[in-house]
Every structure is written in C-alpha cells, then in structure tokens.
Design a binder for this molecule. Structure first.
Ligand SMILES: Cc1ncc(COP(=O)(O)O)c(C=O)c1O
Length: 369
C-alpha cells in the first residue's frame, strides 16, 4: 500500500497513522529543514534534471563539490558519485573484475553486488556468510595466480550484523587481495564521525574502496565510491553503469550534500539513533524474539518460513506498525524474517506502540510465550 505522507517515524497509509519501522532514514534527515532547503535551492538554480551522462553534459559544479566533500569525509583521495547505489556496485564490480581476476563475495552480499558479478568477465567465488575459514581457503587457492577482489557488505542489510572486517582486511593483505566494502547501511550510522563500519573498526586506511548510498542516512537517492585517485579515475572511464546513465538530479545531489553537513555537525542524531537501537534490541530480546546477530539499527525478528512471515507481517501491519517482510530471494530459503529498523527521530511512544503490537503478534503466532 502506498504511503501518503513523508517517510518519518510515523507515516499515513490509507488515512491511518502507522509507526514506521521499515525505512532506512536512520537519521531522519528526509525531513530536516536544511536538507529540504538545499534541494529546493538546487531545483531553482539548476532545474529538475541534467538530461545526460556525467561524461557528456551531466556534470554540474554541484557533483564535483559533492565528490570532493565525500572524499574528504571518507578520508580517501577521490570519490565518484553515481545515480543510485545499485549502479555503484554493478558499475564498479563489472569494471574492476577482468577476465583473469577472481571476485570473492560473502553469500549474504547485496543483490547489486551479485548483479555486478554477472556482468564482470572474471570468475565469482562465494563463501558461506561470514565464514572466515572458507574465505581464506579461496584466497590461498588463488593467491599469486589471479587478481582478487573481495566485496563485502559492511552491515548486512537484512539481519543487521557486521562483516568481520578486521579479519577480512588482514586476510586480504596476507594473500594480496583488494577489498571493497559496501557500507550502504554503515555510513552516517557507525563510527565516531559517522564514516561507517570501516571507521568503526579503525580501518579507513586499510580498505581499498568504500561504497555508500544516499538512499539511507543521506535521505536522498544516489551513491558513491571512494578510494585511490587512479582507481576512481579508471572506474570513471570504464564503469558502464556510470557512463551510460544520466547523472544524479541536482536536487538529489544537493540533498545528499546537505545531509553530509548534518552528519558532520549533528552527532547527537547518531546518539539518539543508538539509544533507540539499544532499547529495542534489549526489549525484543527480553520478550523472547530471536533477533539473530544484529549489532546495528537493523534488527530482524527471525521467523523461518516465508508464508508464516507474510502472515505475521500482516498481523503487525493491521495493528499499526509498518515493518518489512524479508522472504526468499532476499534471504536464504528457511531464513525469512521481519526486518525492523530504527531512526533517530523515533520517540519512546513510537517504540512503545511497536513493542505492544509485536508482543501481541508474537504470542498469537507462538514465536514468544
Ligand atoms: C547493502 C546495499 N547495497 C546497495 C544498495 C543499493 O542502494 P540504492 O538503493 O541506493 O540503489 C542497497 C539498498 O537497497 C543496500 O542495502
């Protein structure tokens, strides 16, 4: 059902107010006055769209400014902005993995990385989720014979667990592989300065490429890749998802730039997001729900069966709470779940309403007693 209001902590659906536990608007910036004002100003200054690819007529001073600010923020020499986060992964993976290279993925990596692998000329190997022994076996087998690129989600988008980045980074160095982290759900959320999972693990200098999207904490749409100058230059001139698609619209780029300002200047939002996250993780666990290995504002309620998950979703929805049902192929068969996610702008009354609805539904479905 369509949403009839801004995507805040509460939304209107079919005229009814619902608690929103299904957005990725972690910091609540889609309603931040400075972000909205920046998007308005860009519309006035540049119009609605660029009507062309970045390498033709689609580059504005705004795009350049955004790239230079993102590079600075991520502590990397360069950054490149794409029209969506999906296109970053498809474009970068397909551009970097050549015929004699091996692409190494975690089985739970995002679909956009998998789609990039389908367009890449090299071979793809996948290891079971977060299984470091399996990763090491692949690396040891191919070291010295092939170029190797590991691409991993920093925060896994369905279960909210973190990649074992310190170990992955150490293994990458040991066996001479390059490492790219998809930090769609990490940037803005994790790390002292909001630089994501890579900052959280103090690996900003060790990870070769960091990918982020604007569709989550940045409250816009678009995405970026940050890394060394020459790698970014290569991507800029070879990634087909960058070359053959129109550039990110001015209002979206300006909103992302203003969101970056807020991420840097209002750390209190991150603090509130984490307070809400800790409260919900502990209350859901206390009620008896299986919340998996979540360590982030994405907290799953693990159910297992697809159909039962859909029924539970409907029960919670009817009780005024919007969550996302993740069933196959978004998760492995038998691992269906309700994906809940939290925002800095939820207050305790939103969370109380959500907990009551989930407790009622959980008991009815025999998930908790
Ligand atoms: C881990 C991850 N990577 C990439 C993407 C794609 O980003 P976007 O929605 O901005 O295109 C998403 C969003 O669904 C995601 O969760």
């Amino acid at each position: 059902m369509p949403i009839e209001s801004p995507s805040g902590p509460e939304v209107l659906i079919d005229g009814r107010s619902m608690v929103m536990l299904g957005s990725n608007n972690y910091l609540g910036l889609s309603q931040h006055p400075a972000v909205i004002a920046a998007a308005h100003a860009a519309l006035d200054q540049y119009g609605t769209g660029c009507t062309g690819s970045r390498l033709l007529n689609g580059t504005l001073t705004l795009h350049r400014e955004l790239e230079s600010r993102l590079a600075q923020f991520m502590n990397k020499p360069a950054a490149l902005v794409f029209t969506t986060g999906y296109q970053v992964n498809v474009g970068v993976v397909a551009a970097l993995v050549g015929r004699n290279d091996i692409l190494i993925l975690d089985r739970a990596d995002h679909a956009s990385i998998v789609d990039g692998s389908r367009l890449a000329f090299g071979k793809t190997m996948r290891y079971p989720h977060s299984d470091m022994d399996a990763l090491e076996l692949i690396l040891r087998t191919h070291a010295g014979k092939h170029g190797m690129l590991i691409v991993v989600d920093g925060v896994f988008s369905m279960e909210g667990d973190l990649a074992k980045l310190p170990e992955i980074s150490r293994l990458a160095r040991t066996y001479g592989a390059r490492l790219m982290v998809d930090d769609a759900h990490g940037v803005g959320v994790l790390g002292e300065g909001g630089r994501g999972s890579v900052e959280h693990f103090d690996l900003l200098d060790d990870v070769d490429l960091v990918m982020g999207t604007f569709s989550k904490s940045f409250a816009s749409t678009g995405g970026f890749i940050a890394g060394d100058e020459e790698v970014i230059y290569f991507i800029k001139h070879t990634a087909r998802a960058f070359l053959f698609s129109a550039s990110i619209p001015p209002a979206s780029a300006a909103a992302a730039l203003a969101a970056l300002d807020v991420i840097e200047s209002e750390p209190d939002r991150r603090r509130r997001l984490w307070a809400n996250t800790h409260r919900m993780k502990s209350e859901l666990t206390r009620l008896g729900f299986d919340t998996g290995h979540s360590e982030t504002p994405i907290i799953p309620i693990i159910v297992g069966d697809d159909f039962r998950t859909a029924q539970l979703w409907k029960r919670v929805f009817d009780d005024g709470v919007f969550v996302n049902a993740a069933i196959t192929p978004a998760v492995e068969p038998g691992h269906a779940l309700l994906r809940t996610s939290y925002m800095a702008t939820h207050d305790n009354s939103h969370l109380d309403r959500a907990l009551s609805a989930m407790e009622r539904a959980g008991k009815e479905f025999g998930l908790i007693s």
